[in-house]
Design a protein around this ligand. Structure first.
Ligand SMILES: O=C(O)c1ccccc1N[C@@H]1O[C@H](COP(=O)(O)O)[C@@H](O)[C@H]1O
Length: 209
């Protein structure tokens, strides 16, 4: 299977171009003002104009107000929504858009139940529990993912070129998502690290087929 790749937290044109050139399937824009990677809807719209067909813009929200959500949706009408806070299934469904729901995986977390509560999500995005909701560059214990989980999974949390192949082999996710692992500093990506990450994903896929 081809593991889809999302590169998240882009703030600069050069980084969007590097992600597209490396073969990313999705590009994430953080609409969460407290994040060091936050962009305004206007900035996201300008960056998303660089995306070719079939590369999906993803808008990341954390407990956003309706006005904040609407501003993001107005700026990027074709975006996939990533809910990365404490949003309920009702909150997610209210937006009437395809969405990913992030889950912070720690011992005792019931992923099967979470997946059935968010059954309208396109996928459940697995992250480590970190201060500030996400983007912390921390890996969680992948053995906490129960084999019985039926949700489509996006693996994230502390991924980088060195560990992503292991994550793919062990979790077999639909997609992987990276932010910190391709950065030189918060919100500033490295074209070399993005390229290395995408190459590692493609190698992992080739080894598994
Ligand atoms: O990127 C952020 O600043 C962020 C803020 C709040 C919630 C989520 C955030 N990012 C997402 O966190 C995961 C893991 O990122 P990392 O690779 O460990 O840095 C990823 O899905 C980002 O999209």
């Amino acid at each position: 299977m081809t593991t889809r790749i999302k590169i998240c937290g882009l703030t600069r044109e050069v980084d969007v171009e590097a992600a597209v050139a490396a073969g990313a399937d999705a590009i994430g824009f953080v609409f969460y003002a407290k994040s060091p990677r936050a962009v305004t809807p206007e900035r996201a719209r300008a960056l998303a104009k660089l995306l070719p067909p079939f590369v999906t813009p993803v808008g990341l929200f954390v407990n956003a107000t309706e006005a904040e959500l609407q501003a993001g949706l107005d700026a990027l009408p074709n975006m996939l929504v990533q809910f990365h806070g404490d949003e309920t299934p009702v909150d997610c469904d209210r937006v009437k858009r395809p969405y990913l729901r992030a889950a912070a995986v720690s011992p005792g977390f019931d992923l099967v139940d979470f997946g059935s509560r968010f059954s309208s999500a396109q996928a459940i995005l697995l992250d480590a529990p970190v201060e500030g909701y996400g983007g912390g560059g921390k890996v969680f214990d992948w053995s906490l993912i129960p084999p019985s989980v039926s949700s489509r999974l996006v693996l994230s949390g502390g991924l980088n070129a060195a560990n992503v192949a292991d994550g793919i082999a062990r979790v077999r996710p639909w997609a992987v998502d990276v932010s910190s692992g391709v950065e030189v500093s918060k919100g500033i990506k490295s074209a070399d690290l993005i390229h290395a990450f995408c190459t590692a994903v493609r190698r992992a896929d080739a080894e598994l087929t």
